[in-house]
Design a protein around this ligand. Structure first.
Ligand SMILES: [Zn+2]
Length: 396
């Protein structure tokens, strides 16, 4: 068991308002000690204890590793042509998913694994130390289970999304597909998944279909998540709240009742501004959710069709610039909010006993994440106390 001292932290963000100053719980001129992968000590650097290894934060800001609670990085093919067409004026509909389903089914395991691992590494280099990964581009019993096995090689936060869209071979008999997703496919996938998710939207699954699948998944012991109210008003958010889902994701078109249901139920509102950016669509009203008392998370929705970015710093910049979130609210949503959306206590903040997941910025403040959009500010990334990405100074 070796210890590590992360020293010379100009500004430490704990993401726990009770553990420091201001809404993100900051400490100035701080240090942090890691023991056995967990935070063992936090305090002023002048009184930091010795450790086996030393990492110099060089006066930069240190934050908890980002928690990206929504991604779709197991897929084949690409959709850059669709993106270009959309930017030339075509409207996004849920049907584009079928393109990726065909490419995913055709891809060998090794290709799916290599692509997903490259994207997970790309996310890690940008500070994402906890990543949820969904299936949803297989849409057959064998291919959904295959995609979840690939996801499970990269994260423990795996989500079964057999109900992403009705695949072409079931287009004339969607209820048969719902029965498959809630039956044989669930049986094959549940051992590889922590969560189940349904795309509850016009053009995907309606309220009754979504409920049947979610209830079956819950009965199998899976936690619930719902893609809800992305493309228009709909029943998804209410259903998520009613069923006690951990998260309702997208939340772009909400009624007052939807907002109240999120605030009252504790179901996290996960906002995915990369999707609105990449589809040139109106952003969700984060201000309204926060003012109502809902817990908000930010995530990338990284997928080849509608948000092909793995960058949590970019989500923070969008949230601040386009969604009227303060810099502090955006940082909390990208860390503690994401952890809440995954019902995790051990990540998304830095305190004694949490996993030692941290981002070291080449900048004096977390504000720079929004203030300097598109700039690679991440100097180093620690996951479980190991320096896993970036450039850093370290002495034995
Ligand atoms: Zn999604």
């Amino acid at each position: 068991m070796t210890s590590l001292l992360l020293d010379h932290i100009g500004l430490l963000v704990t993401a726990d308002p009770s553990a420091g100053d201001g809404p993100v719980g900051t400490l100035s001129d701080a240090a942090l000690v890691v023991n056995d992968g967990k935070v063992a000590w936090i305090g002023p650097r002048a009184s930091a204890p010795d450790a086996d290894h030393w990492v110099d934060a060089a006066g930069g800001c240190v934050l908890p590793g980002f928690v990206d609670s929504h991604s779709h990085i197991v897929f084949g093919g690409g959709r850059s042509a669709e993106f270009a067409a959309r930017m030339a004026g075509q409207r996004y509909t849920a049907g584009g998913i079928r393109t990726t389903v065909a490419a995913t089914r055709a891809a060998p395991d090794a290709d799916l694994e290599a692509r997903a691992r490259a994207l997970a590494d790309e996310a890690l280099a940008q500070g994402t130390t906890a990543l949820e990964i969904k299936s949803g581009y297989g849409l057959s019993v064998a291919d959904e289970a295959r995609c979840l096995r690939v996801a499970g090689g990269l994260t423990s936060e795996t989500t079964y999304l057999g109900a992403h869209i009705v695949p072409p071979e079931y287009s004339e008999r969607p209820d048969d597909y719902v029965a498959l997703v809630a039956g044989e496919m669930l049986d094959a996938c549940a051992p590889h998944a922590r969560w189940a998710d349904v795309f509850c939207e016009r053009g995907a699954f309606d309220s009754d279909q979504a409920r049947a699948i979610l209830v079956a998944a819950r009965d199998r012991g899976l936690g619930l998540r719902v893609h809800a109210n992305q493309l228009g008003p709909g029943p998804g958010v209410r259903l998520a709240a009613e069923l006690g889902a951990a998260s309702a994701d997208h939340c772009t078109y909400l009624s007052d009742g939807d907002v109240a249901a999120l605030a009252d139920s504790g179901t996290v509102a996960t906002l995915l501004p990369g999707a609105e950016f990449s589809t040139r669509s109106p952003y969700p009203d984060a201000r309204r959710l926060l003012d109502a008392g809902a817990t908000v998370a930010l995530a990338t929705d990284c997928n080849p069709g509608t948000s092909f970015t793995s960058s949590m710093p970019f989500m923070i910049a969008l949230a601040v610039r386009e969604m009227r979130m303060t810099c502090e609210e955006a940082v909390l949503a990208a860390t503690a909010g994401g952890a809440a959306a995954l019902r995790r206590e051990d990540v998304g903040r830095l305190g004694v006993g949490t996993r030692a997941d941290a981002v070291v910025l080449a900048a004096p403040s977390y504000v720079h994440l929004a203030y300097r959009p598109g700039v690679p500010l991440v100097r180093a990334v620690l996951r479980g106390g190991e320096v896993v990405a970036g450039r850093y100074h370290r002495t034995p």
